[in-house]
Ligand binder design. Sequence first.
Ligand code: SF4
Length: 373
Amino acid sequence: MRNEVISQQLLKWYDQMKRQLPWRENKEPYRIWLSEIMLQQTQVVTVIDYFNRFISVFPDVYTLADADEEQVFKCWEGLGYYSRARNLHLCAKKVVEEYGGVFPSCYEALLKLPGIGPYTAGAIASIAFDEKVPAVDGNVLRVISRLFCIDAAINQPQNHGLFVEQTTALLPDRVGDFNQALMELGATVCTPKRWKCEVCPIGQACCANQSQRVDDFPVKLKKTPQRVQKVAICIVRSKLNPSKLLVIKHDSGGLLGNLWGFPRYEMPFESEVLEVEALYGWFENQFGVRPKLLESEKGMPHVFTHIKWQTELLYLELEDEIQIDYPKMEWVNMTELNALALPKAYIKQIEFIKKTMTKKDEENAHTRTHQSP
Ligand code: SF4
């Protein structure tokens, strides 16, 4: 089947089957950009609510550029990969300051904006401005690899050009719709495990389907395993005001940079048990005071892209709610804690702590009931 025929079949299918998504209501570059950044590493169903909320708080690039970083992080909370939120904010500022609030309309100029790589630039340029460029994401890599039986690994950067070339050769005039159709096919029909070749609009042209080798594609090189990091998360209260917890803003560099969270002590991997003296020494070094460990329990694990956290929750007490010598810190109650932009790794721990507390309260109430005359 010729490339033109493949493209037309796919467009015909897309016109009938495309999902109604809020960012598809019009071709505003701001909405397309926002949705594309949110969709990186996150499922469509999750993004819908975030997108609607974000648009209601920041309806255009000016309101986003004007916002505090804190406010942006708060709206982003739970989507993970906070560098995306940081770049989103930087990008909005740049569009306002350097382009008068109007997104540049060509691929090359879009690529120069913070947080916009070849895929996102391709998506915005083609969908919002009809520029004939491909938008090759993970879904497209899989479809193209199967369609042409390409045995080059999709996760090797040096092979990327080959997939871009093959996709470019398919581009029709309705380029924005076509790019979305390819992604949609990968997300709903040509899925990683349960592909549905029997209903695929390009099944007749597909090399992997015709040769019954769908299982062989895409080829991927094995990833290096995630590093396991043992992390002690410090839940610090003061003796005088136990309803408040200590939160800090992490340094801008490194994991969770610029985000609020609890102090965290990264334990040496070989430590089977927590060395309390080492913890006290670390805490004193960081915050200039010596805490007292009241109790500890296993926390919730969390997986980042390259690191897996094994967590231990440490309940620590300080004599007083002192202002510790640290760049940015606060004492907050549970309501104030909920208002902060916290990364998911910490939200999980808070939910876990709340559950444990409720369970303990119930057990205490039960004991009291059975002890009463
Ligand atoms: S025919 Fe099957 S393998 Fe080929 S593109 Fe369609 S769903 Fe994917």
